[in-house]
Design a protein around this ligand. Structure first.
Ligand code: IVH
Length: 700
């Protein structure tokens, strides 16, 4: 797509535009902004190597938007601003595919592949076959059409002949270019097939958010992708962060004046070419093999590392590489004869649903958990499957004694797909949802807008234990060795009645307990002692206020000098904080208004726990580097490391100690070594020079 020289030019152009240095006419400036943003999207979504910080991207985007608003004539159909859909789409009209979208025949083992190879050879006659292998992406199929270099349509598979016109949503997917230089190759119109996918990490983060809001998580990345594609609100589609892989050209027509049209001879070359034009083709994930034995070996090796990919894959697709041979071999009404799917071992299995247990969470939400006969799925024995909430049980019409289909998609938690109702014999019994808390017997309540039933007894023993576990956990007060098992033990022996009780444990009693020697007690006491000086945001997060996650806890901590300042805050004042909506504000205000919570806070203070915002971890949510993580490496010449680190923190960012997926920026000085290597390998870290860092931080 971009030559190294072009990449350099576009990177520098972005920086110039950000610095306001670009002297150009408004027409040129709009063009430059479009180029810079399209390049940034391609780097981010197709290459997974971001070149701009989020704030920088937003800045360029706003500049272009403003320019187009002031001069509507400058707006083009492929402007990145056109991805932002206005209003809601009412429904998706049915549209015909240019070429029917067929399915693939499946194979499951070496023998099946050998059979298929034999059939291919019979059809190919004397011609030698080369196979192209690529992942079988587990998402939602899509076809996109470009006409006169512009993306004009995106459609779902539908019944294969007719699909749904989801153009408006497809335009929200930044991996799919809004325009491409196809006319240059003599191509007027082209239809390309592919799969809309969702990164496993994006999917997990999305589900975390749903769970935090009391909603049932989506079952797997595939359902998430296909569901999202049909959402009627394009802004929501955009938020979900979909990605795409385009893996075959199904049709194209040449322009009338095409002098030297692009010659497409093989599948491999056609995808390499698409990739070079900026399309998210699986150029890096496809391989060629000259014999079926090599294909089989590749399939076996690949299956072993299927979980390493950022997307869910359910197999591999093997295609005859030569287009001439493909044409010769043809297709059945169902599938092409020149391609086959090799399906990985199912991560589904059936089992019997024996009973449902009800778990009480930290804030009292009741989660039903199905206990099933142990069944191995994808190398793990599954015995418990969360049912999330009562609605899920009702929607699926689950009954005790049902044979159920269980799926474990990749690293994703197992879930029940459906009961196999055809196997029912009449002995199945309905699941009776409890009306009382299984731990303390209090009556359960359910708010009309919530999915979960809750035990509202704050003294409920299970909730108390869960709250202590959360307070001591790694992301809160980080009291190592005070994990779930020890908390439960101490609580059972009345040594740890509640959160502040952590700081008044009777150690003489602990020493008499089995498994608590001198050394482990010393370590535990030290860890508890250390936790007293944790920054305020960790305390706030640890208190387990409903809807207050780590980010909100930081926002809250940075807004006060002492935690008790919140005693005077009302919901209105709380909602004035960034990212605090009415729901969070009500929950926070409620929490600090309660007498028992004020007592708890005062006991923590008496114990010597830091409740002051000492600005060490002040994270102004609107700071230039808010929420971003940094690491400095190599010898720095423009500033002292300690000063730069202080600057990062003052502007809302934080410093990490090593290169990991959590790192956003690595600032490199002279002779940077292994950290730089590792960051490059990871591909998700933005690498900055000292000068670039200063620009980003807004300090020249
Ligand atoms: S080729 C005519 N290649 O698998 C052949 N399909 O049953 C068209 N899929 O719904 C399919 N990854 O959406 C092809 N690399 C890949 C694929 C792939 C996933 C999906 C496709 C289709 C299903 C086949």
């Amino acid at each position: 797509m971009y030559t190294p020289a072009e990449e350099k030019r576009l990177f520098e152009l972005s920086k110039q535009l950000l610095a306001g240095d670009a002297t150009a006419s408004i027409t040129e400036k709009a063009l430059m902004l479009r180029e810079a943003l399209n390049y940034a999207d391609w780097k981010y979504y197709v290459q997974s190597e971001p070149v701009l910080a989020d704030v920088e991207y937003d800045q360029l985007f706003k500049m272009l938007k403003k320019l187009e608003e002031e001069h509507p004539a400058l707006q083009t159909a492929d402007s990145p601003t056109q991805r932002v859909a206005k209003g809601l789409s009412e429904r998706f009209p049915a549209v015909p595919h240019l070429v029917p979208m067929l399915s693939l025949d499946n194979t499951y083992n070496a023998e099946d592949l050998l059979d298929w190879d034999r059939r291919c050879k019979e059809l190919a006659g004397d011609e030698k076959i080369t196979y192209c292998i690529e992942p079988k992406y587990d998402g939602a199929s899509v076809s996109v059409i470009y006409d006169d270099d512009l993306l004009v349509r995106g459609a779902t598979r539908g019944d294969g002949v007719m699909g749904e016109d989801v153009t408006i949503n497809v335009k929200q997917i930044k991996a799919i270019p809004l325009s491409a230089k196809l006319l240059k190759y003599g191509i007027k119109q082209i239809e390309i097939r592919g799969e809309i996918v969702i990164h496993k990490s994006v999917f997990e983060a999305y589900n975390k958010g749903r769970i935090a809001e009391g909603l049932a998580p989506l079952a797997n990345p595939r359902n998430a992708a296909s569901g999202t594609l049909r959402i009627l609100d394009p802004t929501e589609v955009r938020k979900r962060g979909l990605n795409a892989v385009l893996y075959s050209i199904s049709d194209y027509t040449l322009a009338d004046n095409a002098t030297q049209p692009k010659e497409l001879l093989t599948h491999f070359d056609s995808l390499t070419w698409l990739y070079s034009l900026g399309f998210p083709a699986p150029a890096k994930e496809m391989v060629l093999r000259n014999s079926i034995e090599e294909v089989i070996q590749y399939c076996i090796d690949f299956e072993a590392r299927r979980d390493d990919l950022p997307f869910e894959v359910d197999g591999l697709v093997i295609k005859v590489n030569s287009f001439a041979l493909q044409d010769k071999m043809g297709m059945t009404s169902h599938h092409p004869r020149w391609a086959v799917a090799y399906k990985f071992k199912a991560r589904q299995a059936t089992s019997k649903l024996r009973r449902v247990e009800y778990q009480v969470g930290r804030v009292g939400s009741i989660t039903p958990v199905a206990k099933i006969d142990p069944v191995p799925i994808g190398g793990v024995t599954v015995t418990s499957v969360s049912l999330f909430n009562e609605d899920v049980i009702k929607e699926k019409d689950l009954r005790i004694g049902d044979t159920v289909l269980v799926e474990r998609a990749g690293d994703v938690i197992p879930y029940i797909v459906k009961p196999l109702t055809e196997l029912r014999d009449g002995t199945e019994e309905p699941i009776v949802y409890p009306t009382q808390c299984p731990a303390c017997g209090s009556l359960l309540e359910r708010q009309p807008e919530e999915a979960a039933w809750r035990c509202i007894n704050a003294g409920c023993p299970v909730q108390v234990v869960e709250r202590i576990i959360h307070f001591a956990s790694k992301d809160a007060m980080d009291i190592r060795s005070l994990g779930a098992a020890n908390v439960q033990k101490f609580h059972d022996l009345n040594l740890l009645p509640d959160i502040p009780g952590i700081y008044t444990i009777n150690w003489d009693s602990v020493k008499t307990m089995e498994g608590f020697g001198e050394k482990s007690v010393t370590n535990l006491r030290q860890a508890i002692e250390n936790s007293k000086s944790q920054p305020l945001h960790r305390v706030i997060f640890g208190l387990g206020i409903r809807y207050v996650g780590e980010t909100t806890a930081k926002t809250l901590a940075s807004a006060v000098a002492h935690i008790t300042d919140f005693y005077d805050w009302d919901t209105e004042k709380l909602t004035s904080l960034p990212d605090v909506g009415p729901k969070v504000a009500t929950s926070v205000a409620d929490f600090f208004a309660r007498e028992e919570n004020r007592k708890m806070i005062s006991r923590l203070e008496d114990a010597g726990v830091n409740l002051v915002n000492d600005h060490r971890n002040l994270k102004p949510a609107d700071g230039a580097l808010a929420g971003k993580t940094f690491l400095f490496t190599g010898s720095l010449s423009q500033f002292k490391r300690s000063d730069a680190e202080a600057m990062v923190e003052a502007k809302g960012g934080s410093i990490l100690s090593g290169v990991s997926s959590k790192l956003n920026y690595l600032v490199v000085g002279e002779d940077a070594g292994s950290k730089l290597e590792k960051a490059k390998k990871l591909g998700t870290v933005i690498i900055l020079t000292e000068q670039q860092f200063l620009e980003l931080a807004g300090n020249n």
